[in-house]
Every structure is written in C-alpha cells, then in structure tokens.
Design a protein around this ligand. Structure first.
Ligand SMILES: *Cc1c(COP(=O)(O)O)cnc(C)c1O
Length: 494
C-alpha cells in the first residue's frame, strides 16, 4: 500500500506519511487505493474484540509495519485505557438508532480513539525511517484534540508536543484539561483568535523555512497530530468497521444490509473515516453531515459552493466551530476520481478567495451519498432535553447536533434506515450547556459543582478523568497573538 497526495501525485509508504503529517506541497496524504474487507473477513471479525478488529484494518493500510509492530501499537493504545476495555460501544436509544459512544477514553472525547494510537504509530514510524530526529508534534485544537494529543504524547520518548488553542473558543473544562497537563515534553499556549486562526497558524509554520531550519539545527522535525495526519484517520475507520461487526453480531443487521451514519462534523475527519470504511466494504447508505450554526458544510452539500467568507459563531458545540474543514480536501479527491490537479485548483481558490465551487459531476456524486443538516444551540438543547426525557439518555452538545440532524433527515426523506450516530463527547465536558438544557434552575458558579449537579440530576457518574481535575495545578498560562506562534515554539524548544 502506497500513499499519494491530494494536490500532486506521489508514492510514499505509510511510515513516511505518518511521520511527516502533511505532503510537501501542503496537500494531504491519502491511500492510492482502498483495501477491501471481504464478507468472510467481516464474519470472522464479528467474533473478535476491538484490538483484533483494529489489527486487521491497520494491516491493510500500514503494509510497511510488521504484524507484530501493529499488535504492539494497537494493544498499547486500547488495552487498559478505555472503560471496560471497550473503546467504541453501541447504545440502543430507540427509534432504530444506535449511539456509537466514542468518549470512554482518557479525555472523554472521540479524539482518544485516534490519539491513543498515533504516538505508537509515529514512534514506530520514526524508528523505521531511522532519521535519529526528535518529532515535534504541532497541534491546533478546537478543544478536544489538544487534551487527547497531550494525553497520548506526554512522556513519549523522542517527541515534543506543542498545543495551541483559541483563548475564548473552548469550554472551561476543556481549558482546564489542557492547562493542567503534566509532562516534561509538553507545551500549551492560548492564542488571541479562533480555531481557524490556530489551524492556519500551524499550517503556516509547517511550511515556514526559517523555523524548519531552526528545528533541523536541533535535530528535530515537525509532525502533526491533527486529522490532516493519515495516522489520525486510520484508527477512526476502525470504529465504523467495528460498529458494523457489532450490529451483525447482535442481529440488528444482516450481512450486507445498509445503515446510515450521522456525524457531528467540524474538520471532516470523523465523517471521512466513515466514507473510507464504506470504500472498504462497510455497507453505509447515507452520510448525514451535522453542523452547528457554523454551517459552511451544510451549504456546500446543498450547493456545491464552499464559502468561508461568513460570520464565525462561537457555539455550545465548540469542537465544531470551524469554517475550514481540512479533511474535505480528501473527500474532494474521491469526488474528482483521483484528479489531484482539480483538487489543487480548488484549494488555490480557497486560499485566494476563501471560496470554491465544485463541478456539476462532483456535486451529483456528493449528493448521492451525503445529506447536510445544521441546527442552532436552542435546537441542540431541545435534542438533549428530549432524548433524556424519552430514554433517560444523557448526551453532550455535539452529539445533540447529530441527533437533530438525524431527525431532520428522517422527516425530510422518509428514510427510516437504521442510524448509527457518532457520539463524540461525554456530556460532562460541556456540563453548563447540558445543564441549561435539562433544568430551568439556577446553576452553581463552580465548575465542579456543575458536574455534581449533572450527576445528581441524571443519575450518571462523573467520568474519573474530569473529577480528577479538581484541585489540579494550572501549569500553562501563556496567551500569544496569532502572529507570535512561531516565536512561542522557538522559545519552548530552545
Ligand atoms: C473534534 C470533534 C468533533 C468534530 O470532528 P471532526 O473529525 O473534526 O469533524 C465533533 N465533536 C467533538 C466532541 C469533537 O471533539
């Protein structure tokens, strides 16, 4: 298996793609073709646990890793790190819907599924490439990636990690998770700007010759833990494959029977992983792309025009407050049948004018498989309230956007196919908004008192990783202007 770029052709092995994160021309690495999982393999996998399912999927993409190396990576990532050793359980919430709960890991958000594994994949890749260099992991976060990456990379030999988050764009709990992170190889910094500023800043640093040379002088090299890195994407394919296996196993689906997926979307990584799972043979019918008030993707799916020139909103689902969805670039390559020149042109349009329009043929393909839907905070709260009232099921603000999108899809299309809804975070990470959805009462001022109240109201337990933050020392207090991100990195690596 070799990997090519979204903007120009290349042919690199997975270790190189994972270690470098981004292609030299700014494009993203994608597999040259998609390996298939046969009906027989699915049947066998049904009886397997998550680790073994992951091993099978990874072996098909990372053909330059030995089976022993993959086993080491997968077991390091998923054994003893998730509740009950089940990283991605399905919960039946009625109405022919299942929640794919992706928040049972160390930081209570779905990013853990990829970021518990990435440090293993990366360190093995570095060993294979034998560069002798330290990897400097640069992260721009809308909230959850930062902590998940810190948790994954803290203390990992031969790596440093630097995380930038938007000062006013993350929840209090997300901020506390990051600013209390321990480890002698970690740095965390707020920026005066939004997530797109952070992401653009990081992308610019990746191609900044001066800082690259600064790193080389210290025997270091940049890498990325954002979902632009293929090493983030491949672990996410696994949970869609695993969900299908679970649905076969409990008789919810017959072999080959289709289901729909609903994904609360920001950078388009999670939903793209579902698309890749379908390419491998998982029978997914529709991809329902759920957005909050930052609905650039909903408009794109409806019109074929991607236009980031619009107001940016700060919402109660901050991990989806994004106007440039990086992974859409990989989707464009699929829609363009692998024509990377066409993708390069669209990305140049985006860079130059903040806007692009895909061809009629591409739009037709997109609409065959995708449905876009968006909702505001009020509708999200209503979804939280209703699912709790009807089923006693507690969901977070991001998952609520997906629930609402799934309903909208059903009403509009009459398609009652089973929905697998990606549940991307624990409600406790966004307790203030969730509480406001569930009660009219006055909320306590203290963050941890809010967690207690949510626990009392819903009869659910506060996740230990969040409860443990109480009294933790804040270690990272700096905030810089977006122009000063490179300078912060220099200072920290000095
Ligand atoms: C990151 C995140 C999302 C968005 O996922 P993408 O892969 O960026 O589309 C949704 N919900 C939560 C809780 C997240 O942390």
């Amino acid at each position: 298996m070799l990997f090519t770029g979204t903007r120009s052709n290349s042919a690199v092995e997975s270790a190189f793609a994972i270690a470098s994160g981004l292609a030299a021309d700014g494009g993203l690495f994608v597999p040259q073709n998609f390996p298939a999982i046969s009906a027989d393999e699915f049947r066998t996998m049904t009886a397997m646990d998550y680790c073994r399912r992951a091993q099978i999927v990874l072996e098909k993409y990372l053909t330059d890793y030995s089976p022993e190396e993959i086993k080491y990576c997968v077991e390091g990532a998923y054994k003893g790190t998730f509740d009950n050793d089940i990283p991605a359980p399905l919960a039946d919430i009625g109405g022919n819907r299942r929640m794919l709960e992706l928040w049972h890991g160390p930081t209570c958000a779905f990013k853990d599924l990829a970021l518990q594994l990435l440090p293993y994949l990366l360190t093995v890749a570095l060993k294979k490439l034998n560069t002798g260099k330290q990897a400097v992991i640069l992260v721009a976060t809308s909230g959850d990636t930062g902590k998940a990456a810190l948790a994954g990379f803290s203390g990992v030999k031969d790596t440093r990690i630097v995380v930038f988050y938007p000062r006013d764009g993350v929840s209090d709990m997300q901020k506390l998770q990051m600013t209390t992170q321990t480890g002698n190889n970690v740095a965390v910094c707020a920026i005066a700007g939004n997530f797109d500023d952070a992401q653009n800043g990081v992308k610019a640093i990746f191609t900044d010759q001066a800082i690259k040379e600064f790193l080389h002088g210290r025997n270091m090299e940049f890498s990325s833990a954002n979902s632009i890195n293929f090493g983030r994407l491949v672990p996410q394919i696994v949970y869609y494959v695993s969900a299908y296996c679970d649905l076969l196993k409990d008789g919810s689906l017959q072999a080959g029977e289709q289901f729909n997926v609903v994904v609360p979307t920001g950078n388009f990584g999670n939903i793209l992983a579902a698309v890749y799972a379908k390419q491998m043979g998982v029978p997914i019918k529709k991809f329902i792309c759920a957005s909050n008030k930052n609905n650039v993707l909903t408009d794109f799916i409806r019109t074929g025009i991607y236009d980031r020139n619009r107001e940016f909103y700060t919402t109660e689902s901050p991990s989806m407050d994004i106007l440039i969805s990086s992974n859409l670039e990989r989707m464009l390559l699929l829609l363009a049948d692998g024509d990377c020149e066409q993708v390069a042109k669209l990305m140049a349009d985006l860079k130059n004018s903040g806007r692009y329009q895909i061809s009629g043929a591409m739009l037709e393909k997109l609409q065959q498989e995708f449905y876009g839907s968006c909702c505001d905070d009020a509708s999200g709260r209503q979804a939280i309230r209703e699912i709790f009232k009807e089923r006693g099921y507690l969901c977070d603000t991001h998952t609520a956007v997906a629930l609402a999108a799934g309903e909208d899809y059903r009403k509009n299309t009459g398609d009652d196919t089973l929905q697998v809804i990606a549940s991307t975070a624990s409600a406790y990470k966004f307790a203030p908004a969730v509480l406001q959805a569930l009660t009219d009462g006055e909320l306590p001022a203290d963050d941890f008192a809010k967690l207690e109240l949510l626990s009392k109201l819903t009869g659910t337990a506060i996740p230990a990783p969040l409860a443990d933050l109480q009294g933790a020392e804040v270690l990272h207090k700096e905030c810089v202007a977006k122009e000063d991100m490179a300078e912060f990195i220099r200072r920290n690596l000095e």
